[in-house]
Ligand binder design. Structure first.
Ligand code: XMP
Length: 511
């Protein structure tokens, strides 16, 4: 993005780093996370109006400590160091950092002195601490502006250089004045105006897409998920009929899903949208397969093949558009998370489609920003607030072998569960809620007849990022209603259970 106002967050490996970027953006300033090792030349080129140095697991004393180019602190850019960032600035500027015997973790009461960083902040307030090392003496020319019982320099700064360090974490909600500190840094210290809004983003991006694409053609693979839906709508706003969307119906979609997508995007918005009916090829390859990773692998491969066939027929395209979002970009750049499940999306497409260039109009946005863009573009809540749905679809919610019978009863049971959750007004509170058809049959009695039918499990979780999750405390009456409806309305099910495990140790999906 070439926004006028950019705040760069230098990543020293702390767990809250993405959160800092989000908070800054929520305050109306565009921000990006970059590695701590970003060179001074690169920083000059990006021309940020503010720098934030994050926390991190390191100690400035460690031989492998993460150190930035100290000359960056002399560029005259307003800078805020948080936790490790504060210790690092103190260390580089000749202050004193010591290692405490015990780690300070949790809430502390901080007293502050007047400072632009602490405008509108009460003399005493609660802050969140998590550190072992601490700044014991601020560098020369820097004033101590905050302290707690156990932390003599909880905050320090130099108003002239506009450089500040805070030992506490302003980005976490437990720090009462946290948002005000960040706001003060942006608006009082750095003197920014705040030009980041989703409306500006859309105007800007539509212009850029038009400039880039001209009257050439763009292909976009739609999954029905929020990201590809918003990307498609944004692209359509920019280039209309020059956008061709494609949806692969792999036969593993939820009830009415494909129909809904067609109704909204093709009939409603007027997009060019091809639906490839690939049910047969997916289901026949999945026939007899029970192992979850194998299912995922087959579906991933078949997706790519389906597009390959499509591409052979339609010929080369000028641009391929994708709904990549900022966390995907950060994770592929910095993260090395262990492989728990081989998540699948359309990432392999570029290898089989002949195209000149990729366009990723949402690659700078967080999920909540993507949602705001969706609303700005006039998309309905049912699309914008849609719960996450795995790429392999219902294949990972049919335990064991995938059969038409199991798929059919899963669709019906899942539809009932989703409908009741929505009617109870819980659809935005609960992160994900769906049904799973187990591979277990058990004995029941209906009327006077013995039955031997499938067990359906209901799964509903609360979460903020799907990395961890808790089972949702759904009212018993609601569970009773859903269970009754499923047993009465769905043939082939005689038992309904509710999953009460959190993640970890379970995962959200069952496979
Ligand atoms: P788990 O089951 O690993 O799921 O706790 C975490 C989140 O990821 C979704 N999920 C997937 N999404 N492709 C996707 O695009 C996949 O293969 C996939 N598997 C799981 C899951 O629904 C949850 O939101």
């Amino acid at each position: 993005m070439n926004n006028k106002e950019l705040v760069l967050v230098l990543d020293f490996g702390g767990q809250y780093n993405q959160l800092i970027v989000r908070r800054i953006r929520d305050l109306g300033v565009y921000s990006e996370l970059v590695p701590y090792s970003t060179t001074i030349e690169k920083i000059k080129e990006l021309n940020p109006k503010g720098l934030v140095l994050t926390g991190g697991p390191n100690s400035v004393f460690a031989s492998d400590s993460l150190v930035m180019d100290s000359r960056i602190l002399d560029l005259g850019i307003p800078t805020l160091g948080i936790c490790y960032g504060a210790q690092l600035i103190a260390y580089l500027k000749g202050g004193e950092v010591l290692s405490a015997e015990t780690r300070e973790y949790g809430k502390s009461e901080m007293s502050v002195k007047p400072s632009p960083l602490f405008k509108h902040i009460p003399e005493k307030s609660v802050v969140w601490m998590s550190h072992t090392d601490y700044v014991s003496k601020a560098p020369e020319g820097y004033e101590v502006i905050g302290f707690t019982d156990s932390c003599p320099v909880a905050a320090y700064g130099n108003d002239k250089a506009k450089i500040y360090g805070v030992q506490f974490h302003p980005e976490v909600v437990h720090t009462e004045c946290g948002n005000t500190v960040l706001r003060n840094f942006l608006y009082e210290v750095a003197g920014l105006k705040g030009d980041w809004s989703m409306r500006n983003f859309i105007g800007d991006m539509v212009g850029k897409i038009r400039d880039k694409v001209g009257d050439k053609k763009v292909l976009l693979a739609m999954s029905g998920g929020v990201d590809s839906a918003v990307a498609a709508t944004l692209m359509h706003r920019a280039i209309g009929k020059n956008l061709q969307c494609v949806l692969v119906d792999h036969g593993l979609m939820r009830k009415y899903e494909v129909e809904d997508i067609v109704r909204v995007f093709r009939d409603g918005i007027g997009m060019n949208l091809d639906v490839i009916d690939a049910k047969e090829r997916f289901l026949s390859r999945l026939n007899g397969i029970t192992e979850p990773e194998q299912k995922r692998k087959i579906i991933g491969e078949e997706f790519i093949r389906t597009f390959e066939d499509y591409s052979k027929k339609s010929g080369k395209v000028d641009f391929l558009a994708q709904g990549t979002i900022y966390p995907d970009v950060i994770e592929s750049g910095f993260g090395k998370a262990a492989l728990i499940k081989s998540h699948h999306n359309v990432g392999g497409l570029p290898s089989v489609i002949a195209f000149d260039e990729i366009i990723e109009p949402l690659r700078d946005l967080f999920k909540d920003e993507v949602r705001k863009v969706g609303f700005e573009l006039g998309l309905d809540k049912s699309i914008v607030m849609r719960q996450p749905f795995p790429g392999p679809g219902l294949a990972v919610r049919v335990i064991g072998e995938i059969t038409e019978e199991k798929l059919e009863l899963l669709r019906d049971a899942d539809f009932i569960f989703r409908e009741e959750i929505r009617k109870a007004g819980l659809d935005t509170e609960i992160w994900q809620y769906f049904a799973v058809v187990t591979d277990l049959k058990s004995v029941g009695v209906m009327g006077d007849m013995r039955t031997y039918d499938y067990t359906v499990a209901l799964r509903a979780v609360t979460s903020v990022d799907a990395m961890s999750a808790d089972w949702a405390r759904i009212p018993y009456e609601l569970l009773a209603k859903v269970s009754n409806r499923i047993i009465n309305e769905v043939n082939g099910v005689n038992r309904v259970v509710y999953d009460i495990t959190s993640k970890p140790p379970s995962t959200i999906e069952w496979e």
